[in-house]
Write a protein that binds this ligand. Structure first.
Ligand code: NDP
Length: 311
C-alpha cells in the first residue's frame, strides 16, 4: 500500500528536504508519495514545521501522525483540531550534536574567561589561570534529548554537573534532581546555568528574580532553550547588579530580537540569532522515514509529544 506524505513545512524547506526524504524513504523500503500539495482526505502523514499553511487538521480524515521537523512544538501542541499523534524531532546526529557543540563552546568561553584575552585594548598582562572545570558547578535545566547530551558532554569535560527534569533520571556522574521542589537545590551555588527546557506554562520564567538570586554571584547564564524561560527584566537587573556576570542568549520572547531590546546593547549579553542548533535534513529525513515505517507496520511512533504536558 502507498502512504501519502504531505510536506507542509515552510515552502523554502522543500528544496532542502525533498531529496533526503526520498532517499530515506527508499532506504527504509517504503512505497510513498511525497508532495507539497495533495487532497487532505488522502494524506497519511504530515511533515510539519511552525508557520505551516496547515493550521486546521480536521479535513485530514485519514491522517495517522504529524511529524514535526523541529524539537520545539509550542506552535502546534495546543491545536485542538489535531487528533492523531504529534511526533517531535529527536535527531541525534544533527540537532543534538549541534547543540552539544554550541553549549560546550559557550560554556568553555565563560569558564576560561576567553573574552578578557580576545578583547584586551590596554594590553593587560594579568596571569590568572582559570579554575579547573571540576571546581565549576554547572546546572543544566532539562535533561531530555538535548539537555542530557549536553550534561554528559560537560561532565566529560570535567564540570561538576547537576541536571534537573520533571521525572526522575539516572545519568552516570551527574547529580540528577527532579520536580519543582528541587529547583532551588539545583540552582543554588551554580556558576553556570544552561537552559534546555521546552516552553510550557510550567517552565515560563523559571529563571526569575528569586531563582537568579540562588546562583553563585557572578554566574553565567546560557539559554539555547526558549526565550520565555527567563524573565528578561529580572535577568537585566541581575546583570546590572553583578549577580550574573554574562548571559549568552540564543532564543527570545520575540524573534528576531527587536532592535531596541536592551539585550542588544548590554555589554555583558551575547545575542546569537536562534542558531544554537537546527534540524539537519539528511539525518532528520531518516527519523521521519523511521516513523512512517512504524506507522505503516502498526508499531508505536517515536518521540510522541505528551499533549497535556505540552512537550
Ligand atoms: P525534551 O522534550 O527531550 O526534553 C525536555 C526536558 O525538559 C526533559 O528533561 C523534561 O523533563 C524537562 N522538563 C519539561 N518540563 C519541565 C518542568 N516543568 N520541570 C522540570 N523539567 C521539565 O526536549 P529537547 O531536549 O529535545 O529540547 C529542549 C528544548 O530545546 C526544545 O523544547 C526547544 O525549546 C529547544 N531547542 C532550541 C534550539 C535552538 O537552536 N536554540 C534547537 C532545538 C531545540 P522529563 O525528562 O522528566 O520529561
Amino acid at each position: 500500500m502507498t502512504a501519502n506524505i504531505l510536506f507542509a513545512a515552510r515552502s523554502e524547506l522543500w528544496a532542502e528536504y525533498e531529496t533526503p526524504l526520498h532517499a530515506a524513504l527508499d532506504a527504509a523500503g517504503l512505497d510513498c508519495r511525497l508532495a507539497t500539495e495533495m487532497p487532505p482526505e488522502t494524506v497519511d502523514y504530515i511533515v510539519y514545521a511552525p508557520n505551516s499553511a496547515v493550521q486546521d487538521f480536521a479535513p485530514y480524515t485519514r491522517l495517522k501522525a504529524v511529524l514535526n521537523l523541529w524539537a520545539g512544538v509550542e506552535g502546534v501542541v495546543g491545536n485542538t483540531t489535531l487528533r492523531v499523534p504529534l511526533c517531535r524531532m529527536v535527531d541525534e546526529e544533527g540537532l543534538t550534536q549541534g547543540m552539544v557543540e554550541w553549549v560546550s563552546g559557550h560554556v568553555m568561553r565563560h569558564h576560561l574567561g576567553m573574552d578578557a584575552h580576545i578583547v584586551n585594548p590596554d594590553h593587560r598582562w594579568d596571569p590568572v589561570a582559570p579554575p579547573l572545570a571540576c571546581d565549576r558547578p554547572v546546572t543544566v535545566l532539562g535533561l531530555g534529548a538535548l539537555g542530557s547530551a549536553c550534561a554528559r558532554m560537560l561532565r566529560g569535560l570535567g564540570f561538576a554537573v547537576t541536571g534537573w527534569s520533571r521525572s526522575e533520571k539516572r545519568i552516570s556522574g551527574i547529580r540528577c534532581l527532579h520536580g519543582d521542589d528541587t529547583l532551588a537545590t539545583a540552582l543554588r551555588g551554580a556558576q553556570v546555568v544552561v537552559l534546555l527546557l521546552p516552553n510550557t506554562p510550567s517552565t515560563q520564567d523559571v529563571l526569575n528574580a528569586s531563582s537568579l538570586a540562588l546562583l553563585a554571584p557572578g554566574a553565567f547564564v546560557v539559554n539555547p532553550g526558549r526565550g520565555a524561560l527567563i524573565d528578561d527584566d529580572a535577568l537585566l537587573a541581575a546583570l546590572d547588579s553583578g549577580q550574573v556576570a554574562h548571559a549568552t542568549l540564543d532564543v527570545f520572547r520575540i524573534e528576531p530580537l527587536p532592535k531596541d531590546h536592551p539585550f542588544w546593547a548590554h555589554p555583558r549579553v551575547t545575542v546569537t540569532p536562534h542558531i544554537a542548533s537546527e534540524t539537519r535534513p539528511p539525518s532528520a529525513a531518516r527519523v521521519v522515514a523511521e516513523n512512517v515505517r512504524r506507522g505503516e507496520r502498526g508499531l508505536p511512533f517515536l518521540h510522541v509529544v505528551d499533549r497535556d504536558a505540552g512537550y
